[in-house]
Design a binder for this molecule. Structure first.
Ligand code: JFZ
Length: 436
């Protein structure tokens, strides 16, 4: 019966089209082609290699991290009183930029809205924001954006998709349910989120990009990613979109991030793989993102430098976090470590900035980076003898940064390098090699 076949076929076609439209909203901007400006930002981003992450919000007042509302089941009406106490009189955006630039960081990624739903910027689509609800009454993101321009830093916004405050964030995900309404209009919530993103992409000059987080708690929901990503790219074609969803990047995303671990070694990884996009690893200096009064577990400057080096050797940026105090200052212990990283970078930055992961894959002894024809070995776990895997090209020369030669020997398995025992505590023994 041909007419029935035609009917079946048209139904099939209709379903395919609907599916495609659905998939586009669900999985990102399917037909996405990054603009030339966007590709330029990606290259700039990879060259930059090092950025400052800032978690700062009204939660900082309690000094127990940015998850405090959820962890301590604080009712919304109670939490809403926090903004009335938020008055960071010592906030000095130029000082923050000096600290970042002094550490050798090239960009800042700050929380515009974390999971608590409170906007750290002036929003017209909500009054739950820093200008309307705090005695401070100033748009700290605007102040920071202006300071970043003065200091030559790019600014990115961390924006939480999950929201513990908005009544239309429903059906809820797995976090914070305390006293929340049992109904809500999901699309209305997404409209609100898009409206705030449009504000962030319109009122703060040229931004570096948007760092999304939170869709991991509702991975099956329709987040309308295609629509949101197109909105950002239409307002700021150069801006990079990324999302901390721990799965393979969706179309419309411009970089891939890894939380608390190098690419592929992050604890949240749900088989994300490592894409061809620029990569970014984020990490804390102590063990908290938002200010945490009793967390004194600060990593040593040496370990942090080595993390930056390992990130570069894994072809990844490092986004290193500070959690400023409610008064607007950055903890001394965090500042000290940042200053030490900066001092190291001023001496060895040429082996990090503008590099890509080197030709030798990361090994137990360390990593390699590459800048054009120049190849740097970063020996992090000094060993009497290190072996470079055979990459089909012979080593022609090897020397330390001070010019001292390193003995090497080509073998059937790869090249052996002999490292003289070195006195003292060395952070990273850098050897530049030439290849035939
Ligand atoms: C997220 C945030 O929840 C956190 O507060 C911080 O901003 C960090 C950079 O990003 O961290 C996560 C994300 C996902 C999970 C846990 C922490 N998860 O899937 O369990």
């Amino acid at each position: 019966m041909p007419h029935r076949r035609i009917l079946t076929y048209s139904m099939f076609l209709l379903c395919s089209v609907l599916n495609l439209l659905y998939a586009e909203e669900q999985q990102g901007d399917i037909g996405y082609k990054p603009t030339p400006e966007n590709l330029e930002t990606r290259a700039w981003f990879q060259d930059a290699r090092f950025g400052m992450f800032i978690h700062w919000g009204v939660y900082s007042l309690l000094g127990r991290g940015e998850w405090v509302m959820h962890m301590e089941n604080i009712p919304t009406a109670e939490y809403e009183k926090l903004p009335q106490k938020f008055n960071p009189q010592k906030f000095d955006p130029d000082r923050w930029c000096e600290i970042a630039a002094g550490a050798g960081m090239r960009y800042i990624t700050i929380t515009s809205k974390h999971h608590d739903g409170f906007a750290m910027f002036h929003s017209k689509v909500s009054d739950y924001d820093i200008v309307e609800r705090t005695p401070y009454g100033r748009d700290v993101l605007k102040m920071l954006a202006e300071a970043c321009t003065r200091h030559g830093l790019k600014l990115f916004f961390y924006h939480s998709q999950l929201d513990w405050h908005h009544p239309d964030y429903f059906p809820r995900g797995t976090s914070f349910a305390h006293g929340r309404p049992e109904s809500g209009d999901w699309n209305k919530y997404l409209d609100y989120m898009d409206a705030q993103l449009a504000e962030l992409c319109s009122n703060y000059g040229k931004i570096g990009g948007i760092w999304f987080d939170g869709m991991w708690e509702k991975p099956e929901a329709d987040w309308r990613l295609g629509k949101t990503y197109r909105l950002i790219h239409s307002l700021q074609p150069w801006a990079m979109v990324g999302s901390n969803h721990h799965v393979k990047p969706f179309p419309g995303e411009d970089f891939q991030m890894f939380e608390k671990g190098l690419p592929g070694q992050d604890p949240f990884n749900k088989g994300s793989g490592i894409s061809e996009l620029p990569l970014e690893t984020c990490e804390t200096i102590n063990n908290s993102w938002g200010y945490s009064e009793h967390d004194h577990g600060f990593k040593s400057a040496k370990d942090l430098i080595r993390l930056l080096v390992r990130a570069a050797g894994n072809n990844s940026n490092l986004l290193l976090n500070v959690g400023p105090l409610p008064d607007g200052t950055i903890q001394k212990a965090q500042q000290e470590r940042l200053a030490a990283i900066g001092a190291w970078l001023r001496e060895h930055g040429e082996t990090i900035y503008g590099t890509r992961g080197g030709p030798f894959p990361p090994q137990s002894w360390g990593v390699s980076t590459r800048k054009g024809d120049r190849i740097f070995l970063h020996v992090l776990e000094p060993d009497g003898l290190i072996c470079l895997t055979d990459i089909g090209r012979k080593v022609s020369r090897a020397r330390f940064q001070d010019g001292a030669p390193v003995e090497f020997l080509a073998t059937a398995f790869g090249t052996l390098l002999k490292l003289l025992p070195q006195a003292g505590d060395t952070v990273d023994r850098i050897i530049e090699i030439g290849l035939e």
